[in-house]
Design a protein around this ligand. Structure first.
Ligand SMILES: *[C@@H]1O[C@H](CO)[C@@H](O)[C@H](O)[C@H]1NC(C)=O
Ligand SMILES: *[C@@H]1O[C@H](CO)[C@@H](O)[C@H](O)[C@H]1NC(C)=O
Length: 352
């Protein structure tokens, strides 16, 4: 009895072996998919993948889509039922849907035809249906009977990256630098007919800002150096009585220049004395305003006489960097008007 059972089990295992293996493979793939990497822009770009809106920080921001793992793009807002092209022709290869479906996240098996191999020597590889409705890149199947015409592998560079091989003739390879570094030399190299690269390999030089320029009527607060790395923060202060117009901090930008500095704006002297004005909601004689000055950006309201001289109306003026223009309609009362008939000066007569 037990022999019969063992035999039966053996038959089942033999019959369903390919199926079991397939299911295991798929489960293994799903497991790797669930460990989603963070978005690597250059990694995605290298393979021509277009990354959809990222939802790594906030999965709820995908309104009509779902927050799913999209390979090197990381967690992205994806339409889960999108389809990649099928049937799919790949040069010198057979293609098959690994899970029988061409929807997002499923795999296509690319198997090289006899006599062909991928650059890494493999007979085939898997391609994933991406959020941009394209199959992920697989190395092409190459004819193994003729030796490949390749350029030398490109060296890694410090503080930068470049496109992956294989480096076949006609292939253009791009170099990038990390944040805070600037590429010096050619950014793309071409693998030429003679199997030599068209240019020398570029280098990534750190970007630095020069000493920040001083600002008029103010000071720049920083450690004094000859040059500063990208991201350095400096602070601006204005002299007493000057108003800081703009940000109080500056940053060394990625292109080696400082962010826009602020201006220190002067206070405005009030070039009138003999009438009242409205300042900060109060009607005051100009002598009551400290130092007869107002700050940059502040406004003051003057009184002007109507055409028939019987009543007054108001005219406002704003201080801008030391200059306060008196309204054209304002007439400064004379010394006699002010001292002998103070009740008749323009600010004291009835309003129109
Ligand atoms: C550097 O970048 C900033 C902001 O992107 C820009 O305003 C500024 O003009 C750039 N400076 C140079 C020298 O290119
Ligand atoms: C003088 O002009 C103002 C408006 O400009 C008007 O309200 C006022 O009635 C006028 N007064 C006389 C006496 O005409």
């Amino acid at each position: 009895m037990s022999i019969l059972a063992t035999l039966l089990l053996l038959v089942v295992v033999v019959l369903f072996h390919p199926f079991l293996e397939g299911a295991e493979q798929i489960a293994a793939r799903n497991a790797t998919v669930s460990k989603c990497s963070s978005r690597k822009r250059s990694a995605g770009e290298l393979r021509g993948q277009i990354c959809l809106k990222s939802c790594e920080r906030n999965p709820l921001q995908c309104k009509h889509r779902q927050c799913l793992c999209d390979g090197a793009c990381g967690l992205s807002c994806v339409l889960p039922d999108l389809r990649c092209p099928w049937p799919m022709a790949v040069d010198n290869a057979e293609t098959r849907l690994a899970q029988g479906s061409n929807t997002f996240g499923n795999f296509m098996e690319v198997t090289c035809k006899p006599g062909f191999r991928m650059a890494d020597g493999q007979k085939g590889s898997l391609s994933r249906c991406q959020g941009d409705k394209k199959w992920s890149f697989t190395a092409p199947c190459e004819d193994v009977s003729t030796p490949p015409s390749l350029c030398e592998p490109l060296p890694e560079i410090e503080n930068g990256y470049h496109g992956d091989g294989p480096y076949r003739i006609g292939r253009e390879v791009r170099y990038w630098c990390k944040f805070g570094y600037r590429l010096e030399g050619a950014s793309t190299l071409l693998c030429q007919e003679n199997q030599e690269w068209s240019q020398r390999v570029p280098i990534c030089q750190p970007v630095r800002c020069p000493r920040p320029a001083p600002i008029a009527q103010g000071t720049v607060v920083t450690v004094d150096r000859f040059e500063y790395p990208v991201g350095t923060v400096i602070y601006y202060l204005c002299k007493r009585e000057f108003y800081l117009d703009g940000p109080n901090r500056g940053v060394c930008l990625e292109n080696g220049s400082w962010s826009q500095p602020p201006s220190c704006r002067a206070r405005c002297p009030i070039l009138a004395r003999r009438s009242r004005v409205v300042y900060n909601g109060r009607k005051l004689w100009i002598d009551e305003i400290p130092e007869h000055q107002i700050h940059h950006g502040e406004s003051i309201t003057f009184f002007c006489r109507s055409q028939n001289k019987t009543c007054s109306f108001q005219a406002e003026s704003q201080c801008f960097d030391g200059v306060l223009k008196l309204p054209p309609c304002y007439d400064e009362p004379t010394y006699l008007q002010y001292h002998l008939f103070p009740r008749r000066v323009v600010s004291e007569i009835p309003a129109c």
